[in-house]
Write a protein that binds this ligand. Sequence first.
Ligand code: HEM
Length: 510
Amino acid sequence: MAETTTGDGLPKGFRSAEHGWPELHRIPRPAHRLPLLGDVLGANRHTPIQDSMRHARRLGPIHRRRAFGREFVFVWGADLVADLADEARFAKHVGLGIANLRPVAGDGLFTAYNHEPNWQLAHDVLAPGFSREAMAAYHPMMLEVAARLTGHWDRAAAAGHTVDVPGDMTKLTLETIARTGFGHDFGSFERARPHPFVTAMVGTLGYAQRLNSVPAPAAGLLLRRAARRNAADIAFLNRTVDEIVRVRRRDGAGDGDLLDRMLETEHPKTGERLSMENVRRQVITFLVAGHETTSGALSFALHHLSRHPEAAARARAEVDRVWGDTASPGYEQVAKLRYVRRVLDETLRLWPTAPAFAREAREDTVLAGRYPMRRGAWALVLTPMLHRDPTAWGENAEQFDPDRFEARAVRARPPHVFKPFGTGARACIGRQFALHEATLVLGLLLRRYDLVPDPAYRLRVTERLTLMPDGLRLGLERRTSPAPAGAPPPEEADAGQAEAARCPVHRADT
Ligand code: HEM
């Protein structure tokens, strides 16, 4: 723990904004600031992102807030975020929530500081694990896991039961990354309660989030019991991963999955390999990063589809047309579901399940020509607000409308206004994996079921570093058979398609 915190208990790398923003006074802040505590009136520690969205609406595209003696700058205006996306002047900032995860994920890809050599090493070794060929090899495994979900949902539909959407999506995405990445089976669908790995992971994410909202000097005292629980959770995560690695070593190489890469692959230029300690960090990173966010995206998408029957009907018609009655759609047939993909993009616009990322100045600079920043100064990009900026998305930005992602509409918008996967060199390495998995699963579910919403349900968003629809249950009605295969879809130059051909990490617009 000592490795990741400064003397006053704050995550290493934390710089209060007074130190980095010489003209901080020009940045708006809430009117009622309490002595010592700061801008915490009305704050709810369980919903920091939604609190920040409320402040953002009042205070505008750049603003600041103070909590427990430290000042934070939030940014969401499209022009300001576009400037922060300039990789020549800004880089990922590992601070706050992310630095709090260092005790569990260390210098794994997600939590590594930019200067740590293991980031480049692991990035170069693991990026080919997300190439087109690698994705095509994961596809049959994704289908197998999806079949376990539909088996479970078929039984619920036959019994007239509703299903726990976020719970089942979490089982699905955990099993998918465990199977495709590490040849492991957590048996999630066969268990009545979440796998202990999931419980430990949720515990440790929750603890990291709590650390953000407790005054740093008091954290040690206030969270003593929670810290003990967290240490036990981390120990459990480590044991689980060590066992997965032990079994792989005992049984020999898998089918070229991520774990094989981590254990066997040398860096193409230097010949270096990941150390065993780093492999442990990466396995935990991928198991966590590889499922929570995708599970939330699928859950929100199913919510929207259940509430927008016209969008569901269009998506289903596309699935029936493109897939016909093939029992197992092939890898290539997933990318052809262009409207389903738009549903996903629109879902990630409204509720980007990794809802913020931080950027720091590489050198002294002036943000968007207006706000001077010293080297190391940083700001938090509030993605759900960027995705609602009316200058980029129009006055109806709150409304769900997948046609915003039609190729022409995408081209008409400025770059850098859609950032659910972060930006630059540290953008999400699993982006294509997540989009392929989620498109495939939505296609399979739409083809098989009519989704029946509970009319009394109002969307509540729960936060544990990632976002998830709280308490979402849906009724299911089995459809009899898909429509016969029809004419192929019109060739649309969909933006998502074009992107799929490029590197998942270093795309032109990220
Ligand atoms: C809808 C699903 C997903 C969303 C919304 C998402 C979002 C993000 C975001 C915003 C970042 C950048 C964070 C930052 O700048 O601090 C990121 C990084 C990352 N994501 Fe994802 N992610 C998703 C799925 C996945 C999957 C499926 C995997 C793995 C299979 C994955 C693995 C990672 C890793 C390892 C990083 C760190 C990359 C680096 O710094 O080199 N993510 N993700």
